[in-house]
Write a protein of this length. Structure first.
Length: 286
């Protein structure tokens, strides 16, 4: 994967924001500009999913009119052919993977909604914690830029696990009771679907929640060497080499799918050599 100097700086800023975030809404807002630079795009929107109301809310956006955002919630979400199918895929997904551009351009949704803000080519990312969507990124380009290519989707896949972990960590901190329930559920799944011990599953679950080693040590009431011992065992047993890969693998186990098989399938669909994706992630995020 090749990144320009602008994209490299943007990726560094994204990773910094994800690591230092203390508020989920502020994080999703601050990610807008560097994500547009990273993907060489024009419009950024991020929402959260409210399971109780079955609605998206807490909108953060860049270069999209508020009137248009309101119109989506009031009307266009009912005829939107893209959002919910993209959400179901749980991986960075191009709009053209759901509906080819010719067919999309004939819809009311495209002509009366997307075209208002010159949104022509899109890619969406939705991240989950314990089967609940905790946030998304909807990134669009003007027509003249052309569709997103495999290199840019690869860059988005680098961001995906860190974005998921940051939102999960902030959710934990804002709602400890709910987070504890999720943590226990993840531990149960890990012990059932992998060879991890109870302590290794506990450490791995906390890594998925975005917790640093010091936080894990405090939660488990043990020293840092003990945390790192269990972490090393989890790396070995799940055949990963860093925390980012561990979080991805744990999420795949929770979702009931093989992380590397899933990455391979998506890579093949968008034309990225699957073998090249994991090494790039190791170099940038480890």
């Amino acid at each position: 994967m090749h990144l320009s100097s602008v994209q490299t700086r943007a990726l560094g800023e994204v990773i910094r924001l994800l690591a230092e975030a203390t508020d989920a809404d502020a994080l999703r807002k601050e990610l807008g500009l560097p994500m547009l630079d990273l993907l060489q795009a024009d419009t950024y929107v991020s929402m959260t999913w409210d399971t109780a109301s079955q609605r998206f809310d807490r909108v953060q956006s860049l270069n999209m009119s508020l009137d248009n955002l309101r119109s989506w919630d009031e009307h266009y979400r009912f005829i939107d052919p893209l959002t919910f199918p993209m959400m179901e895929r749980r991986h960075p997904t191009l709009a053209t993977q759901i509906l080819n551009q010719r067919d999309l351009s004939r819809t009311e949704f495209f002509n009366d909604f997307l075209a208002r803000d010159r949104m022509h080519w899109g890619v969406n990312l939705y991240v989950f914690a314990n089967e609940e969507c905790t946030g998304d990124m909807r990134i669009w380009r003007r027509r003249e830029r052309g569709n997103f290519d495999a290199n840019e989707i690869d860059a988005l896949r680098l961001v995906e696990p860190a974005f998921a972990a940051a939102l999960s960590r902030l959710r934990w901190e804002s709602n400890p009771a709910s987070a504890q329930q999720m943590h226990e559920s993840v531990m149960e799944v890990l012990q059932r679907r992998s060879a991890l011990s109870q302590r290794e599953a506990q450490v791995s679950s906390l890594v998925l929640s975005g917790c640093p080693d010091k936080h894990i040590a405090k939660r488990m009431e043990v020293g840092l060497p003990t945390v790192r011992f269990h972490l090393a065992n989890a790396f070995r047993k799940l055949r990963v080499s860093n925390r980012t890969q561990l979080a991805t693998r744990v999420q795949a186990l929770v979702d009931g799918e093989d992380s590397y098989a899933g990455s391979t399938a998506v890579a093949q669909e968008i034309g990225v050599p699957a073998a090249s994706m994991a090494p790039e992630a190791r170099r940038v995020l480890s």
